[in-house]
Design a protein around this ligand. Structure first.
Ligand code: GAP
Length: 467
């Protein structure tokens, strides 16, 4: 089982402290969200899994953390200033503003049952291009119109990688093929954000730019398509909720030769199965566009430099073939927030207890669970039990994230830990003081086992790694 719809997760996320609406006490700010104590842990665990897999476990990828605000010229030569826009239309009747290419995804504000443009009353304007980059100014400026101070919040982390290509290559002494990985915030002034954390104006990306020869690019791309599906599976996302989508020639970005999106079933409630899926990540063959466009040497057909501002040539010299060329780039780009949403949706299950009550269990993989073990005292008014429970928490903590919780009766505490995905609860009771043993309760089966305190850490570590 997984969540029946996103709304179920919105409610759980708010109730249990994963995600809250941002600026809520001032009426919110359209489609902005804050991550609470459990949400930030879950997001960090997803990012750590990605980073460990790509940067630590593989031997061919370097990490990077580049600035959010770069020189404006980065966005001029990347093409974002001229092409990073959506076609906008207004309705003269309902005063709504929509993305022309996404009319089917929204409802008319006046007539909720139809999409904009479907009623004879709809009076849509001609489409005009709306650039999605957030503008800002850098330094003490004389006026907001001062063009020399204009800068942008990055709409993708990728460009920070391309402009650092030579820095990383030279300092790491890498040879092709190799990659540069980066995790960070990106900003887009989306026309129609929505669906909780699925499309927001501020979000986080995990991007890998993998540099290789043109000949190797198709094979490398296919390997990443396969590997990323396996990685999503390792996060607990089931294969039946994932699907690949090959972008058509018309859909491809101007720099891409091929793009395959990995889709997730974010909208299981929709009747049409095709429409249940939407983009979780994209994997693109960006050709040699990026390194060429940021280099000072390449020329156009008329012999004019395509970049008259760059001071660097980002070509690569292959010692083996004695050839100089601009490497191709394969780019797997994943959204942290969409991954977190998919993980929550897939982990969501319901179970009926012996009283016939429905309980929510979040079957998160232990690697992702914000809390691995909760230590609970059966009687919080008994100082010896409380002391033993607190001591156990301290003992377990260096090996696994453990919390102590005495904020309710044992039934309530179990239910809360199930709902936030804690794989094991450890209960200290009156008998524990005598027999130096505790009860370990399994989140998924609710089965309980008595374990000696001296064996507890090893026992939990084994069970956690087996889940
Ligand atoms: N550098 C390539 C790039 O940025 P993209 O398909 O525009 O490609 C990559 O974005 C991923 O970033 C998407 O697959 C999605 O997971 C995430 N993403 C993009 N826009 C988003 C938004 N407005 N809100 C949340 N996540 C977003």
């Amino acid at each position: 089982m997984s969540a029946p719809n996103i709304e179920t997760i919105v409610s759980l996320a708010k109730r249990r402290g994963f995600v809250f609406p941002a600026s809520d006490i001032y009426g919110g700010l359209g489609s902005s969200w804050d991550y609470g104590s459990l949400g930030v842990e879950l997001a960090n665990n997803i990012k750590q899994s990605w980073w460990r897999w790509l940067v630590h476990e593989r031997d061919d990828i370097e990490g990077l953390d580049s600035s959010i605000i770069q020189n404006r010229l980065v966005w001029k030569y990347s093409g974002h200033e001229t092409t990073f826009s959506d076609p906008l239309v207004d309705c003269r009747n309902c005063k709504g503003r929509f993305r022309l290419d996404k009319l089917q995804d929204v409802n008319c504000p006046k007539h909720q049952s139809i999409h904009p443009g479907e009623d004879k009353e709809c009076d849509l304007t001609e489409a005009r291009e709306f650039n999605l980059m957030f503008k800002t100014t850098v330094g003490a400026i004389s006026s907001d119109e001062d063009e020399t101070a204009l800068a942008y919040l990055r709409p993708e982390t990728a460009q920070g990688i391309f402009v650092n290509f030579a820095n990383v290559l030279n300092t790491s002494r890498r040879k092709l093929p190799f990659g540069i990985a980066q995790i960070g915030k990106a900003f887009r002034n989306e026309v129609t954000p929505g669906n909780f954390i699925f499309r927001t104006r501020e979000f986080e990306q995990m991007e890998l730019e993998y540099f290789c020869s043109a000949e190797d690019a198709p094979r490398v791309m296919q390997e990443f398509i396969d590997e990323f599906q396996k990685w999503f599976n390792s996060l607990g996302i089931s294969a039946e909720n994932l699907k690949l989508y090959e972008q058509s020639k018309e859909e491809l970005a101007h720099y891409a030769e091929r793009t395959v999106d990995v889709l997730y079933r974010f909208f299981p409630e929709r009747d049409d199965e095709e429409k249940q899926f939407d983009e979780l990540m994209g994997i693109a063959n960006r050709t040699d566009f990026d390194l060429k466009t940021h280099s000072k040497k390449p020329e156009d057909a008329e012999g004019k430099r395509i970049n008259s501002d760059s001071t660097e040539d980002l070509s690569y010299f292959d010692e083996a073939t004695k050839q100089r060329f601009y490497p191709y780039v394969i780019e797997p780009s994943v959204g942290v927030n969409r991954t977190l949403l998919a993980v929550l949706m897939d982990a969501y299950t319901e179970k009926t207890n012996e009283k016939g009550e429905t309980r929510v269990i979040l079957k998160l993989k232990p690697e992702l669970a914000p809390i691995k073990v909760a230590v609970l005292p059966l009687a919080k008014n008994k100082p010896e039990i409380v002391a033993m429970a607190k001591d156990l928490k301290k003992q377990l903590l260096p090996a696994m994230r453990t919390v102590y919780d005495d904020t309710g009766g044992i039934g309530k505490l179990y239910a809360r830990q199930d709902e936030i995905g804690t794989p094991f609860c450890v209960t200290v009771d009156h008998e524990s003081l005598e027999d130096e043993a505790v009860t370990v309760r399994d989140r998924d089966t609710w089965a309980q086992e008595r374990i000696k305190v001296t064996e507890l850490k090893e026992y939990l570590q084994k069970r956690l790694s087996a889940l």
